[in-house]
Design a binder for this molecule. Sequence first.
Ligand code: PPE
Length: 305
Amino acid sequence: MDAKTEKIWMDGEFVDWDKATIHVLTHTLHYGWGVFEGIRAYHCHDGASAVFRLKEHVDRLFGSCHIVDIPIPYTKEEITGAILETLRVNKLKEAYIRPIVFIGDGEMGIYTKEVNSRVAIAVWGWGAYLGDEGLKKGIRAKISSFTRLHVNGQMTKAKVCGNYVNSILAKREIISAGYDEAILLDTEGYVSEASGENIFIVKNGVIKTTPLTSILPGITRDSVMAIAKDKGYPLLEERFTRDELYLADEVFFSGTAAEITPVREVDNRQIGSGFPGAITLDIQETFFDTVKGRVDAYKDWLSYV
Ligand code: PPE
């Protein structure tokens, strides 16, 4: 996080950053039953500011609430407007945007009859998630000993606060072992996703990404798939194994925070040449051109602030 900003939107009003606090008996703090989003706004080439795929992020936020049965006391239009307004009020051209729907204080206990849903939206400057050098040269990943969530244990298609304990365990494990990012396998042993990114591999010119089964349906993943198809690269949504990952010519991650980050090593095995591959670089370049408004074909992915 670069620096605190001025205002946070909380339950329909702007409050000062330092005053955006909650009670210690906030239900979500105890049980993790809340959902959030991660969105980015970019400073475009023409000086404007635009939010990338805002509609899809707001849809996913409401979908997450629906999956875990949290009522959200606003319409999609209201949340969309509030996100744009939060950027304007804070005078930020480029920002990471974090809306969260959580259950406020009231009753404790797993079951609460009254569900006191609250919504907050914070924005702040957030640079390259896996480092500037990682974006350019690629990062070193390791398969975590922690398995990705079972599809009938926690709901992976919802961006649920509590789901992130799994990501945190994996990430802390591999950081302490000296790597940059954790890759998790699903409960059947196939590659699932990284702690906060979806994963792509390239072999003999064919791109593969894991099917939606046990992963968060990434909006960056969806954008990469659209870009890859438009460029004519063959693309499969198909599960793959750990050794297929080792043998890939290229590996990269996609995510709002991580953007398109090449992976140059997995479990101490060099991937391809050990440098970001040609297809990865091609997609990465188009992705950054797209978010900055340079690609007419994808202009409808941008919501101008
Ligand atoms: N998988 C997981 C588990 C995940 O958390 C993310 C986003 C993705 C895939 C990619 O989804 P998308 O952003 O829609 O392309 N991770 C968010 C949280 C990062 C954090 O540390 O917080 C993000 O990138 O905003």
